[in-house]
Design a protein around this ligand. Structure first.
Ligand SMILES: Cc1ncc(COP(=O)(O)O)c(C=O)c1O
Length: 392
């Protein structure tokens, strides 16, 4: 039994909320962008309330207790020992990624990504004058894995300077094992490719799986890596805009710091600092309850699809709160499908095409992080829309 009420329906429409207020009409149930419909943990709300009551919102410094909170969390929860001097902060994981790419590449270089993958990886690469080198994940019998032969071949291209790992992987739902990461890391080292691990989804792991920080696999991997994270996804505080970079290599860290300054993303706001400290110091119990709730939502979706639409495979969700559903049975592009669902059924899901999925697959991404009542209604609309399309 949850001691936190994740069933409480929160009105987000009319609050300048991207997920709800960008919908084309007020009946739409939004199951798209990776943003949860739950209130933040009470410890975060209390800390922010105290900060608001102080009443002055000038420029901030990041205090030592911020670093202590991050270091202690990763030690306690993930057995990853981060040193204070390895850390930098900035205004988000994508700003962190962009600064890291700037620091590690020259325009015209290639950055390796494993598709389908979070769409902003493409823009961060492009905005730094680089080229996205796509290495599709293997998709066999409904499961994603790394095609190591293809991965090595692409790393061997001397234009490839950086590999961006997404751990856990959005949208494929994979939580990478230590063995897989070790193998990818060793290939990268062989060809002098730096590894940047985006671990923003790191707390969002389903029963039976364990998030292993890339930097904790072994010292060799740590020394050559840049690790990006934030409690923003797991604690639903993305709007507070703050993220951390962990980089062991001093020269690389300096170059990233410089890039953060060049990009003018070196100042975080007072609420971000307070939010991170509260999440990492006091948010663990809330997080555990949240994970159970999301898992129940995932089981509901899986059951619904296996009963109502058995030809539509739900990829196993090991991590994240984003279900990835194979709709290739429909013979439509995922864009056509998602547009149809939005226009005819008032439900908004993400089309797989935006993640650069390998040709031939048509997936949609469904955000499970909402109240069960809304999820049920939203999914019943997805099922109804797909049924209509099957008959057409
Ligand atoms: C893998 C991944 N990285 C980064 C982000 C965005 O990070 P931020 O809002 O901190 O820039 C997201 C958001 O969904 C994501 O899925």
């Amino acid at each position: 039994m949850n001691s936190f009420n994740f069933d409480e329906l929160i009105v987000r429409r009319g609050t300048n909320c991207a997920k709800w207020d960008e919908a084309p009409n007020d009946n739409v149930i939004p199951l798209w962008v990776a943003d949860m419909d739950f209130k933040a943990a009470p410890c975060i709300i209390d800390a922010l309330r105290n900060r608001v009551e102080q009443g002055v919102f000038g420029y901030s410094v990041v205090p030592e207790k911020y670093y202590d909170a991050v270091i202690s969390w990763f030690h306690r929860r993930h057995g990853f020992d981060i040193k204070r001097e390895w850390m930098l902060y900035t205004t988000g994981v994508i700003p962190a990624l962009s600064a890291t790419i700037k620091a590690l590449t020259q325009p015209g270089d290639k950055v390796l990504i494993q598709t389908p993958v979070y769409n902003h990886f493409y823009s961060s690469i492009r905005n730094n004058g680089c080229i996205a080198e796509e290495c599709p994940l293997a998709y066999e019998e409904g499961k994603y894995s790394v095609d190591f032969a293809a991965f090595e071949k692409q790393c061997a291209d001397e234009k490839v300077k950086v590999f961006v790992l997404c751990n856990p992987h959005n949208p494929a739902g994979r939580v990478w094992s230590a063995d897989e990461m070790k193998k990818m890391g060793e290939i990268c080292h062989k060809y002098n490719v730096r590894v940047v691990a985006d671990e923003i989804h790191c707390e969002l792991v389903m029963p039976g799986y364990k998030y292993i920080p890339y930097g904790s696999v072994n010292d060799d991997l740590l020394k050559y890596a840049v690790i990006l994270s934030s409690p923003s996804k797991a604690f639903n505080i993305a709007g507070l805009q703050i993220a951390n970079i962990v980089c062991y290599d001093e020269n690389v860290r300096r170059a990233i710091d410089r890039a953060i300054n060049i990009n003018e993303v070196c100042d975080v706001n007072p609420f971000g600092i307070v939010g991170v400290i509260a999440a990492y110091n006091d948010g663990e119990e809330w997080l555990q309850s949240l994970l159970s709730y999301i898992y129940e939502n995932y089981l509901y979706l899986k059951e619904l699809f296996s009963k109502e639409l058995p030809d539509f495979h739900v990829v196993e969700l090991q991590g994240t709160y984003l279900a990835w559903v194979d709709c290739s049975a429909l013979k439509l592009t995922s864009r056509q499908l998602s547009e149809y669902l939005l226009q005819h059924n008032d439900v908004w899901v993400n089309e797989g095409e935006m993640y650069g999925q390998p040709k031939g697959h048509s997936f949609i991404r469904i955000n499970l992080a909402c109240q069960k009542a809304r999820l049920k209604e939203g999914l019943s609309r997805v099922v109804a829309g797909i049924r209509q399309l099957q008959k057409a």
